[in-house]
Write a protein that binds this ligand. Structure first.
Ligand code: TZP
Length: 216
């Protein structure tokens, strides 16, 4: 019998090949895992369905061998096709009920919330975590809702019954503060993918999240 995999939101890598300085996605993901990434979301906004599927299949094999959950952004068809561990949806993606029906009870479903109201409404939903999006403004994604800021993160964590992960503009400079406001983890794109040494960058972030320490 299948069971929902246990998952750890502490350090969540969200992929973006365009920010990876020409290095292959597998390299970034492998190095990030060696550094301590606990979860990976495949989010590639400018590739064909075939390419997305092929990337997802590759990552599934790589992550399964390392016991790190693979979450697919937005595409339930791809999540099903590669038997990913879960799906991450935004407010304008598939409704969560449809995602749950398609994926079944044993998969992880994450939902981005962009307002405090959406965070409290999410308490009623059969989802597994929320993404607080965005925490800070970021050049990586400019079509976002207004940033929550640290006080917004605190307010979301106070109303939510779900574990939460902050995303948007997170680096070693501010990661500890997000955890201190009550989030279970941080989700990052550029802080790992665009780092000169993704393994070292992940290691530093993992250490900050675990120990709630500021970078010296
Ligand atoms: N959703 C909200 S902000 C964001 C996404 C995918 C991008 C975060 O990128 P970065 O580089 O970690 O700021």
């Amino acid at each position: 019998m299948n069971q929902k995999p246990s998952f750890d939101l502490s350090l969540y890598l969200v992929t973006d090949r365009e920010l990876s300085l020409g290095r292959p996605l597998e390299f970034i993901v492998e190095e990030a895992i060696k550094g301590g990434v606990t979860m990976v979301q495949l989010r590639e906004t400018s590739c064909s369905t075939l390419e997305f599927y092929q990337l997802a299949k590759k990552l599934k094999a790589l992550l399964q061998a390392r016991n790190v959950p693979l979450i697919i952004n937005n595409r339930a068809d791809i999540a099903l096709a590669v038997d990913a561990d879960g799906l991450h949806i935004g407010q304008s993606d598939l409704p969560w009920q449809v995602a749950r029906r398609l994926l079944g009870p044993d998969k992880i479903i994450g939902l981005s919330v962009e307002t405090l109201r959406q965070a409290s409404d999410a308490n009623e939903l059969d989802i597994d975590y929320i993404g607080i999006s965005p925490v800070f403004a970021t050049p990586t994604k400019t079509d976002t809702a207004p940033p929550f800021g640290l006080e917004g993160v605190k307010a979301v964590c106070a109303v939510s019954r779900h574990p939460s992960v902050g995303i948007g503009g997170i680096s070693s400079q501010n990661a500890a503060q997000i955890i201190a406001k009550g989030a279970s983890g941080i989700a990052v794109v550029s802080a790992i993918s665009a780092a000169e040494n993704p393994r070292q960058a992940a290691k530093l972030l993992a250490n900050i999240v675990k120990n709630k320490v500021y970078e010296m």
